[in-house]
Design a protein around this ligand. Structure first.
Ligand SMILES: [Zn+2]
Length: 315
């Protein structure tokens, strides 16, 4: 963990895949394992509680159940994980040589339209919310929901203000473009796209256009590069060179200060060539250094840009 290039990964869906918590321990059928996180020098992993649209019960209940699963994972592997609840926890986690774990929720339907549920989630340790997944919800329209397009709702407006006040990071990955621009106007804090790429390189509806990328950068936010091949390349397959192509493009357009990683491990069905899980981060870092990225810039992409956001927003 003492490498100058430790990584903060802004998104994975591993919690949804952990029916057996012990599966996190070693290489397994999932992308993320404790050994892989250590091998990839991941200093902080954001763990998303994903709102599965096929679930038929109450979303808030599902959210709490999955948070409980996350908590049991941290308890069982307390020797390896350190929960990040305040910014000071980052230093403590790194000093202890543990993997900082930051809890996020992917899909604002978890709130079921009830503001007080946001406070409960904060109390349960949630420090970031991705406003939507693929379906539009009570907070905002979703990029993939072509039948039901809208921006930020009045309830969503209230939620953004609440997240700003509480110290929760606002994540616009998956949000509709209308919602994106509404959030940019309402949020008093930097906004992130935790796992999205550049539309100019790969024209997928989940990716961000140039104006969106520039707006995130201007507000001091970050964009986590997503490793899903269909978001990386229109060829359908992809490799490490495609990850670097998005970094190059976004850096050229909006500067290096807005680039980070948001792998989407365990939320994606396929991986780029040369990427097996967090253990593969060093290959991307080597690729950047070969292109003569300065160590300072590589540190920004790997962790410093995310640390800036966490320092500004987390209490
Ligand atoms: Zn996602």
């Amino acid at each position: 963990m003492h490498s100058p290039f430790f990584v903060i990964d802004g998104h994975c869906d591993t919690i949804s895949k952990l029916d057996d918590i012990g599966a996190i321990e070693c290489p397994n059928n999932n992308h993320v394992s404790i050994s892989g996180l250590y091998a990839g020098r991941v200093g902080i992993q954001f763990f998303a509680v994903w709102m599965d649209p096929s679930f038929t019960g109450e979303y808030f209940h599902m959210g709490l159940q999955r948070i409980d699963r996350y908590q049991r994972m941290l308890d069982k592997y307390v020797a390896y994980f350190y929960p990040i609840l305040r910014f000071n926890d980052v230093e403590d986690a790194l000093e202890a040589g543990k993997i900082g774990a930051l809890l996020t929720v992917e899909g604002g339907e978890v709130l079921e339209g009830n503001f007080s549920n946001l406070e409960v989630l904060y109390g349960a340790g949630v420090r970031l919310m991705t406003l939507t997944w693929n379906r539009s919800n009570q907070i905002a329209g979703a990029a993939m929901d072509t039948h039901n397009r809208y921006g930020l709702t009045p309830f969503g407006n209230q939620i953004i203000k609440g997240m700003n006040d509480m110290g929760m990071i606002v994540d616009v990955s998956h949000a509709s473009e209308e919602a994106f621009w509404d959030v940019m106007e309402v949020s008093q804090q930097p906004v992130i796209a935790s796992h999205s790429n550049a539309k100019a390189i790969c024209p997928h509806p989940r990716n961000l256009n140039d104006e969106q990328i520039k707006a995130i950068a201007l507000k001091g936010g970050v964009i986590g590069i997503n490793f899903y091949p269909p978001f990386l390349s229109k060829r359908g397959d992809a490799g490490i060179a495609d990850i670097i192509r998005h970094i190059e493009y976004i850096g050229g357009l909006a500067g290096i200060d807005c680039i980070a990683f948001g792998s989407d491990f365990d939320g994606i069905e396929s991986l780029p060539q040369g990427i097996e899980g967090p253990q593969s981060f060093p290959h991307i870092i080597e690729g950047l250094l070969r292109l003569n990225y300065s160590e300072e810039d590589v540190r920004k992409i790997c962790h410093n840009n995310f640390l800036r956001i966490m320092e500004k927003i987390l209490k």
